[in-house]
Design a protein around this ligand. Structure first.
Ligand code: PLP
Length: 384
């Protein structure tokens, strides 16, 4: 059976994979090599130099393509390196329309690195498609969507934006880090490029930093392969192995992340000491109906603001947590808490941050797969 016809929970384990050609190893070996012996110049077995390609990375890239329902996967040294490769498809004068509420590092590479090379970025609230349509002009070459957004958990209608770009020369890229292909398949919804910080749920164990792109179109894949090799920010063999191993349990981990996420979102919503909880599974979330349509469940990311909270109240809460670890990042088996204003989103100017609702008292939780009773008890003692 071709791996395209497999169900998602089988693709995570077998998609794009074959036993290793040398000895039949079931798990792809870590080919920790920079170069490959040739019998005569050009006489090699498909690999010449590990920046261009490495068998462990190929195994990961095939797995990524399979789980995202694409044709071609590319693995990078970080999520940011994957974003960097996408923007290098553009030329000076080209314009990008990006989600306004997005990961601080994505904002930083757009504004602080690429703007000085003449690429123009427009940051737009994409909860309604009209705002995106209004910004499109002849110079628009890319629409950058993050959904759910980091950290406000806004939901953007991928299918509706894909209708705007269909038949044009505008690419639609979706950062699928928060949802993962377990919950949402952007290529099926009409996106051209799916991007991941595989550091997060795909790796799943907070032990590596990796980025990924997946596309369907051969010409686009070739351009991205060229950039990957020419710019050189590739994923190493050990890191490729770790993400491959992580992907094999993605579906079981995600199921638990979602269950625990729901229980904690409801606990926070019913807690009189909490002012506001951001989670797309609530029926009163402004784009809940879209989340319900394009996602299988609502994920394990939640943000909240304590009642009457100040910067210092938020800091006190995150410092008091004991089962949750105060740390950057998300998507691992362990629960993490973060303070976006001083951590993940500190690189966004305060006025921009506040415009998007990222107030000083906002706390972001990445709900892990521990026993949910322990997680709730930990939040209870910290909020008290
Ligand atoms: C949504 C999102 N996109 C991209 C990135 C960047 O990925 P990396 O840290 O792997 O470079 C992150 C990192 O936190 C993220 O949360």
């Amino acid at each position: 059976m071709g791996s395209k016809n497999l169900k998602f929970n089988t693709k995570t384990i077998h998609g794009g994979q074959q036993p290793d050609k040398a000895y039949g190893a079931v798990m792809p070996p870590i080919y920790q090599t920079s170069t490959y012996a040739q019998t005569t110049p050009g006489g090699h077995k498909g690999y010449q130099y590990s920046r261009s390609a490495n068998p462990t990375r190929t195994a990961l890239e095939n797995s990524l393509a399979s789980i995202e329902g694409g044709e071609f996967g590319l693995a990078f040294g970080s999520g940011i390196a994957a974003i960097d490769a996408v923007i290098k498809l553009l030329a000076p004068g080209d314009e990008v329309i990006s989600t306004d509420d997005l990961y601080g590092g994505t904002y930083r590479i757009f504004k602080k690195i690429f703007e000085k090379f003449g690429i123009v970025f427009h940051f737009v609230g994409m909860q309604g498609v009209d705002a995106v349509r209004d910004k499109i002009n002849k110079k628009t070459k890319l629409i950058w969507v993050e959904t759910p957004t980091n950290p406000m958990m806004n939901i953007i209608d991928i299918k509706a934006i894909a209708i705007l770009t269909k038949g044009t020369n505008i690419l639609l890229a979706v950062d699928n880090t928060f949802a993962t292909p377990y919950l949402q398949l952007p290529l099926e919804l009409g996106a051209d490029i799916v991007m991941h910080s595989a550091t997060k749920y795909l790796g799943g164990h907070s032990d590596t930093v990796v980025g990924a792109l997946v596309v369907k179109d051969k010409e686009l894949a070739d351009k991205l392969y060229f950039i990957q090799n020419a710019s050189g920010a590739v994923c190493g063999p050990m890191d490729s192995f770790l993400v491959l191993r992580g992907i094999k349990t993605l579906h079981v981990r995600m199921q638990r992340h979602c269950e625990n996420g729901r229980a904690i979102a409801e606990y926070l919503k019913n807690n009189p000491k909490i002012e506001k909880v951001y989670w797309p599974g609530f029926e009163d979330h402004p784009n809940h109906h879209i989340a319900k349509e394009q996602m299988k469940d609502f994920g394990g990311m939640i943000s909240f603001v304590p009642k009457g909270g100040s910067y210092y109240d938020a800091i006190k809460i995150v410092e008091k947590l004991q089962v949750f670890t105060l740390a950057e990042s998300l998507g691992g088996v362990e629960s993490l808490a973060g303070h976006p204003a001083s951590m993940t989103h500190a690189s966004i100017p305060k006025e921009e941050r506040l415009k998007n609702g990222v107030v000083d008292a906002l706390i972001r939780l990445s709900i892990g797969i521990e026993d949910v009773d322990d997680l709730i008890a930990d939040l209870e003692q910290a909020i008290e």
